[in-house]
Design a protein around this ligand. Structure first.
Ligand code: DX5
Ligand code: ZN
Length: 215
């Protein structure tokens, strides 16, 4: 089953509560929460207090940590109500330890990869994560165009998981997801679609969610 995680980055920050409720009522599955530190990525976004508020909406908060030293922030976001915490392979000195740290907080553990990062970074931690996040744009900003080469990476990641018999691990895609790109991504094996600008920019969010899910 395909699931959708609206990215709060594209919400209207002056009425963010309303924008969260709107997507929850429209059939969103998770709420994607982008944490940017101005160092791992050029942009700065939300911190733990915003996460705490967002978590009261009832949807599981999917925290995507685009930060250096992610080990310093895992407990903070778990305590602020995140249910899924994803760290970047490129920011991890000890990826295996980080994943244990996330699971130790009672959260699902995710590994994110930038467009130029090989999916091989997952091989020796297979079984230690619950979600692989294939970035389909360079992280840092919403509203970018999907990089087509990343679609093959989705296929490679899904293939690696299937070979290892890991059927329950999510393959999440993030960046440039819209009604045109979603079918290509789901055909390649993605089952968790993050969507920011296309979703919040849609006239009918419910219809958008239904369309990208292929219903
Ligand atoms: C980018 C973020 C994304 C972003 C996606 O660094 O990780 O979650 O909000 O935005 P769209 O869907 O507009 O590409
Ligand atoms: Zn993200």
């Amino acid at each position: 089953m395909i699931k959708v995680a609206p990215s709060l980055l594209a919400a209207d920050y002056l009425k963010i509560g309303e924008d969260i409720r709107r997507v929850a009522e429209a059939g969103a599955d998770w709420l994607h929460f982008d944490v940017m530190d101005g160092s791992f990525v050029p942009n700065i976004s939300f911190g733990p207090e915003m996460c705490r508020r967002a978590a009261t909406c009832g949807l599981p908060v999917d925290a995507h940590l685009m930060v250096v030293h992610p080990e310093r922030h895992i407990e903070t976001f778990a305590e602020a109500g995140a249910k899924i915490i994803t760290v970047h392979a490129e920011a991890a000195t000890h990826l295996h330890r980080l994943l244990q740290q996330i699971r130790g907080c009672g959260c699902l553990a995710g590994v994110a990869m930038n467009p130029a990062t090989s999916p091989e970074c997952l091989r020796y931690v297979l079984g230690d994560f619950d979600l692989a996040l294939v970035m389909t744009v360079n992280p840092g900003f919403g509203g970018q165009k999907l990089i087509p080469a990343c679609i093959d990476k989705v296929r490679a990641v899904r293939g690696m998981l299937d070979e290892a018999g890991l059927r329950d691990v999510f393959v999440e895609v993030d960046g440039g997801v819209n009604t045109q790109t979603a079918p290509l991504l789901t055909a390649a094996g993605a089952d968790m679609l993050v969507a920011g600008s296309a979703l919040y920019g849609a006239e009918d969010v419910k219809a958008f969610i239904r369309a990208v899910k292929g219903n």
